[in-house]
Design a protein around this ligand. Structure first.
Ligand SMILES: Nc1ncnc2c1ncn2[C@@H]1O[C@H](COP(=O)(O)OP(=O)(O)OP(=O)(O)O)[C@@H](O)[C@H]1O
Ligand SMILES: [Mg+2]
Length: 312
């Protein structure tokens, strides 16, 4: 279907190891920004690489704008650009040279490549750095230079695997603005570890937990579907009242958090007020929702997050 990203029971197993991706089925607009979140080893990069036609799934199918990512990969590849998670800039080139080279490799004649490179570097506010060697740039500027390369191309489907990892908060916000602007006429599929970033950027949010898609939809729709909508926080040392339903967790510093529904949050607040305790009540954050959806990290998560032996 034109305008849609569709996957049908997409699964991936690397060699004889466990399932990196299991039965991922989704349907989302292939416009704006799709943000995929999940812990280390959840399967984000695996899903990106399959959708970007770099990796064949073990089973299942996927289409972008009606084009099959496996059977019709060549046709799709012309429209795709990707910045892999481990992408590095070439040390002895400048951002302008890298962008030009990339565009000419994609088939643009020199003049057109030059015009596009200048425009893209300007849009990413890299003019000041465009003619400095990549190896002299900060980590964040290097990541922007990589984004400038793919965003200068004609690709209207762009995959960015953790584009803002390592950026300072100011650069990250600047990058968000650029991404929002660029998503007006392209589909951007990105992965991130930052829940706040997903919330800020995502037209569609996908949540992966241990290879399975545990939620997909707009941020408000995912908020609406989670079990507990309220969070009550009680400072360390204060008495915690009995909770009839909800989830009670104690943070490292001893602060207690109760995730619960509106009625129970009200009942707990009343008990705490009567007892004269300090506390706060607020709607759940995306962080709390993430915990409700994928649970606390387990041993299995820790193992999945380990880099596999001899992985390529
Ligand atoms: N080439 C490979 N060979 C074997 N196992 C792999 C390979 N690539 C990934 N895996 C395994 O597949 C699972 C999912 O990995 P993936 O890289 O997709 O996770 P991720 O969500 O991108 O993690 P991160 O946030 O750390 O980038 C992990 O258990 C990982 O160890
Ligand atoms: Mg990854």
């Amino acid at each position: 279907m034109e305008g849609q990203l569709v996957t049908e029971r997409l699964s991936k197993r690397y060699g004889s190891s466990g399932m990196a991706l299991q039965d991922v089925s989704l349907s989302a607009p292939s416009s704006g920004i799709f943000a995929l979140i999940g812990r280390n080893g959840a399967g984000k990069t695996t899903l990106v690489r399959i959708l970007a036609t770099e990796l064949a799934p073990t089973s299942g199918r996927a289409w972008i704008n009606g084009i099959d990512v496996v059977a019709d990969d060549k046709r799709l590849r012309e429209r795709i650009a990707i910045v892999p998670q481990e992408a590095r800039t070439v040390a002895w080139m400048t951002p302008r040279q890298s962008t030009l080279t990339y565009l000419m490799w994609r088939g643009f004649p020199y003049g057109e490549a030059k015009r596009r490179a200048d425009e893209s570097l300007g849009r990413l506010r890299l003019d000041r750095f465009a003619d400095r060697l990549n190896r002299t740039l900060s980590g964040g500027t290097k990541r922007k230079a990589l984004a400038a390369m793919v965003l200068a191309s004609e690709a209207d489907i762009v995959f960015l695997d953790e584009p803002t990892t390592g950026l300072d908060p100011v650069s990250r916000r600047e990058f968000w603005e650029i991404l929002r602007e660029l998503a007006k006429d392209r589909f951007i599929f990105l992965t991130t570890h930052y829940l706040e970033e997903a919330e800020q950027l995502a037209d569609t949010l996908g949540v992966l937990g241990r290879g399975r898609l545990v939620a997909v939809g707009s941020v408000p729709s995912i908020r609406g579907r989670t079990r507990y909508q309220y969070s009550v926080k009680i400072p360390a040392g204060a008495r915690v009242p009995e909770v009839s339903h909800g989830e009670v967790t104690t943070g490292k510093g001893g602060e207690v958090q109760i995730l619960t529904d509106e009625d129970e949050a009200f009942a707990i607040s009343r008990k705490l007020s009567v007892g004269g305790s300090r506390f706060s009540v607020s709607p759940v954050s995306l962080d709390d929702i993430f915990f409700q959806l994928v649970g606390e990290p387990t041993q299995e998560d820790a193992e999945a997050a380990q880099a596999p032996e001899g992985a390529t």
